[in-house]
Design a protein around this ligand. Sequence first.
Ligand SMILES: *Cc1c(COP(=O)(O)O)cnc(C)c1O
Length: 225
Amino acid sequence: MIAENIQQFKASIPENVTLIAVSKTKPVDAIEEAYAVGQRDFGENKVQELTDKSEVLPKDIRWHMIGHLQTNKVKYIAPFVHLIHSLDSEKLAKEINKRAKQNDRVISCLVQVHVGDEATKFGFSPDEARAFIQSIPEKGYENIAIAGLMGMATNTEDEQVIHDEFKALKNLFDELKGDSKYNLDSTHFQTLSMGMSGDYQIAIEEGSNMIRIGSSLFGARNYSI
Ligand SMILES: *Cc1c(COP(=O)(O)O)cnc(C)c1O
């Protein structure tokens, strides 16, 4: 079932859109099923779960941290995480830079921006994101590569609202990319991570090139067990 879901999903999205299989709460064998049909990008939102799974699964999996990341936990994923989607504060940036340096690597991060009303309390406002990104050169974060933006739309039936929020994020992405005052390296700043099971089609229409899909691939999550 999972293998089929992955294959059908991949066939249905444009080639330039990267599919992140969000495996949070799902067992290792579910990930193995997806891996067997070529899926290599997996997303988790808890550090403990991410590190536990990474220890027993193949080393060529690219692990994406998609949930809010506490500064005291950065050290556990710093040696191997592929992309952090949830860079949402100055304090976190400082810690990621420090731990990346200790591991002698550069960690790619997406700046999380909240465009929706209630989708998440985490993330920078668009203005805060502009200010944060502009301040990076003077902060000397040499072990962080700003790879793009991540955002979530409001959880609503109103598709117009979702369109508008994703459009706002895409506009911000284009603005940051296009203005030299932000000093973004165009070889790194390429990823716009937006869209989940319920709204990825709208996200792709609005310019997303990375979607984070959980329940449509692995089935509904059961948090009570
Ligand atoms: C859980 C989660 C997803 C996937 O959600 P689905 O609706 O199951 O596709 C995507 N992004 C983030 C940040 C998540 O926490």
